[in-house]
Design a protein. Structure first.
Length: 128
């Protein structure tokens, strides 16, 4: 490893020598988690739950409940085999996610939660 990389690592740690361990906060999931709309919905619901609890990426419980209600409505439509009916609640989910994210004061959705949920919800909508 080049000397400048070691020097940078030493400056970041504030000390010399050794390795720095970095915890990865990425949702682990099987490769086929988004393979079909129902399993994709389950994945997004699990991600939202984790963002609202363990990770605290969404800090307002009311926003968490509202987003969850939209996903629940979409999941019920998918369970009935009504893919088109699931689009409306998913679109509302994305609109609220957009409204609750940003640099303004009182925006409870972090960048991490926003991008994780947005990308997966958009992917699911495309597959309906």
């Amino acid at each position: 490893m080049p000397d400048e990389v070691y020097a940078l690592a030493d400056r970041v740690r504030g000390r010399a020598g050794g390795w720095l361990s970095i915890a990865i906060v990425a949702p682990g999931r099987p490769w086929d988690a988004m393979a079909d709309p129902i399993s994709g919905m389950d994945t997004i619901r699990a991600d939202l739950d984790r963002a609202c609890t363990d990770l605290a990426w969404i800090t307002n419980p009311g926003v968490c409940r509202s987003l969850q209600a939209k996903l629940d409505a979409a999941a019920r439509a998918l369970e009935r085999g009504e893919s088109e009916a699931a689009r409306g609640p998913l679109a509302s989910f994305l609109q609220e996610l957009d409204a609750q994210h940003g640099a303004g004061p009182g925006k409870p959705v972090s960048d991490n939660a926003y991008w994780l949920l947005k990308i997966n919800a958009e992917y699911l909508i495309e597959r309906l």
